[in-house]
Design a binder for this molecule. Structure first.
Ligand code: CP
Length: 310
């Protein structure tokens, strides 16, 4: 029986402004412990499919589902018959008759996730695809809201590849009035043009600003410096000399000194000595591990929303 209340989260742009804010607020409520003991998903069966490695996202959604009372089925990269040639459409038809929500990290195309989501009985949550990492952005918004008491008007400097984390962050921050996201991406490794266009479309509507440059000169005043791993999970760089191109974009103490008062965020996992020095990641301005914990709080909010329980 189709359940019209179930909702898919493949992209941040699947959420309207109110839904986005509601998930962030609910994540804050979970973080504050105000909802402890509630079991809104005790009738749900949730599938967790990870074809790629994960520490935070897989644990956040698995622990979150269990804490909310759901029962869990987990699939690793070699478990489904897709490995022996079954189509994604057939897989979706079967899983949607048995699961309420599927949390999936395919690291493949958005089209594959949309194919998995074609049956309204089962909601699909993108736990990271090649193009976008929407649940990371929701956890990041929760982190900003908890730290600053607001998201509107915050200024974020993103340093590093315009990868799936950067894409979701741009689409998410663009929804908040007065927010400024300054992307400083290595030449040839910028944000995908369609994502930049979509983020700027939202920004034009809300009064946010999304800027991108390929150098680190003339840094604006910012509240947060954000970076991600140079080797995005499940991807390979197209050029052999990529490390030389990325080297000037390391976040070190000198760069942080150019951003007085700024906090440091990182979606993790990190490679100390590559995209960030140990001094910064483990230093007093870093909230990277608080950000990681917020993935758990935010995952519970996402699951409730996807299952149509909020
Ligand atoms: N940030 C993030 O998605 O971490 P995992 O790859 O460990 O899930």
């Amino acid at each position: 029986m189709a359940d019209p209340t179930r909702r898919d989260l493949i992209s941040i742009d699947d959420l309207d402004d109110e839904e986005l804010r509601r998930i962030v607020r609910r994540g804050e409520e979970y973080a504050a412990g105000r909802l402890d003991g509630e079991l809104p998903l005790e009738e749900e069966v949730i599938g967790v499919l990870f074809r790629k490695t994960s520490t935070r996202t897989r644990t956040a959604f698995s622990a979150g589902a269990l804490r909310l009372g759901a029962r869990l089925i987990t699939y690793g990269p070699g478990d489904l018959q897709e490995n022996t040639g079954e189509t994604v459409e057939d897989t979706a038809a079967v899983l949607s008759g048995m699961l309420d929500v599927l949390v999936a990290r395919t690291a493949g195309s958005e089209a594959e996730l949309r194919a998995l989501a074609r049956h309204p009985r089962m909601a699909v949550v993108n736990a990271m695809s090649a193009a976008e990492h929407p649940t990371q952005a929701l956890a990041d918004l929760t982190t900003l809201a908890r730290r600053f008491g607001r998201i509107e008007g915050l200024r974020v400097l993103y340093v590093g590849e315009g990868n799936n984390t950067a894409a979701a962050l741009a689409l998410a921050l663009a929804r908040f009035a007065g927010t400024v996201l300054s992307l400083r991406t290595p030449p040839g490794y910028g944000l995908a043009p369609d994502i930049l266009q979509r983020a700027r479309l939202s920004a034009g509507r809300t009064g946010a600003r999304i800027e991108e440059r390929h150098d680190l000169v003339d840094l604006p005043p910012v509240d947060v410096v954000y970076t991600t791993r140079w080797q995005t999970t499940g991807t390979v760089k197209p050029t052999a000399d990529w490390r030389e191109v990325f080297a000037p974009f390391q976040v070190d103490a000198a760069l942080m000194a150019r951003c007085p008062g700024a906090l440091f965020m990182h979606d993790l996992p990190a490679h100390r000595g590559e995209e960030v020095t140990a001094e910064v990641l483990d230093g007093p301005a870093s909230i990277a591990f608080e950000q990681a914990e917020n993935k758990y709080h935010s995952a519970r909010a996402v699951l409730e929303w996807a299952a149509g329980r909020r």
